[in-house]
Design a protein. Structure first.
Ligand code: NAP
Length: 285
């Protein structure tokens, strides 16, 4: 498949259109990020998911600038560091994000974690600073990550702008359904992080049997399952063949029975691989 492959877009609650498939750069070392991102852009990805805490925003910005693409052709998401809590430090950190990206704006800026158990941190106060970035146009959309239903309800009650997305852990072993369905009911698009559980679901016999029958890879089957459920995904890979493989999702379809079989793999809370957002307090400094 080539650059002309059609990646569907999802219309967010603020009218912006985000490509449903992107490229995640978590754990790509800063010095390798420009090359990996450049490769993804060549394959056809037009959506990159980075974060202040990944320390590789600069590499993402360099790759976009060094490509033949206009800035407006690539969707870039970044996220507020868990180390920034006060309005002044959030404003300074966001200015640094734009500088590293080499761009006057970011398409989507997220609060990375709600940190409800962290003394002195208040996600409502942090969100109100993101509302400023949305108002001045430097963040075209704003959203959250790892927010639970009670956090989303607090934002709805106390803030002016609703989050456009909630980026949460979802894969076949952890559906995170309560949070996902709350988003669906309230117009908050769901982004699924660790969509293949960092490789942890790829040897599951249910998934490998479907992959063999359809002559696809296990990763393609799982990513296609996410796409058909309406989630936004951005698998990470530093491996050229996998970057291409993960992009080839739009010339096949899973039947309802195959979708149900994968959904049936959910292990509930036991399937979670990352921290529980209700307890996670972020870095100690
Ligand atoms: N908001 C949050 O708190 C949060 C948390 C985690 C992740 N994220 C975002 O979500 C993105 C994706 O999640 P993730 O990076 O945790 O995990 P992931 O995309 O589920 O998995 C990445 C891992 O799977 C391997 N892999 C990728 N494609 C493969 C394929 N086709 N076949 C076999 N193995 C494959 C990669 O190896 P190689 O690189 O060696 O190929 C890497 O080890 C991140 O990059 C980040 O943008 C956000």
């Amino acid at each position: 498949m080539t650059e002309t492959t059609h990646v569907p877009t999802i219309t967010l609650n603020d009218g912006q259109e985000i490509p449903q498939l992107g490229f995640g750069v978590f754990q790509i070392p800063p010095e390798e990020t420009a090359e990996a991102t450049g490769r993804a852009l060549e394959v056809g990805y037009r959506h990159i998911d980075t974060a202040e805490m990944y320390e590789n925003e600069q590499g993402v910005g360099d790759a976009v600038r060094d490509s033949s693409l206009d800035r407006g052709e690539v969707w870039i998401t970044s996220k507020l560091s868990n180390r920034k809590h006060e309005p002044e430090e959030i404003r300074a950190a966001f200015a640094e994000t734009l500088e590293k990206l080499g761009s006057a704006y970011v398409d989507l800026f997220l609060i990375h974690w709600p940190l409800p158990a962290r003394p002195g941190s208040d996600f409502v106060k942090r969100w109100k600073v993101l509302e400023e970035f949305k108002a001045d146009g430097r963040a075209r959309s704003i959203g959250v990550s790892n927010f639970q239903v009670e956090h989303l309800e607090r934002l709805a009650a106390e803030c002016d702008v609703a989050p456009a997305v909630n980026q949460i852990e979802i894969h076949p072993y952890f559906l995170n359904e309560e949070v996902r369905s709350y988003g669906e009911r309230h117009g908050i698009a769901t982004e699924a992080w660790s969509p293949i559980a960092q490789g942890g679901v790829l040897n599951d016999p249910v998934i490998t049997a479907i992959a063999e029958r359809l002559e696809r890879t296990a990763a393609q089957v799982v990513l296609r399952w996410h796409v058909q459920r309406g989630s936004i995904v951005f698998p990470k890979s530093a491996t050229p063949e996998r970057i291409r493989e993960n992009f080839e999702l739009f010339d096949f379809e899973l039947s309802g029975a195959d979708m149900d079989a994968i959904t049936g793999l959910d292990r509930g809370e036991a399937g979670r691989t990352g921290p529980n957002p209700l307890r996670f307090t972020g870095p100690s400094d």
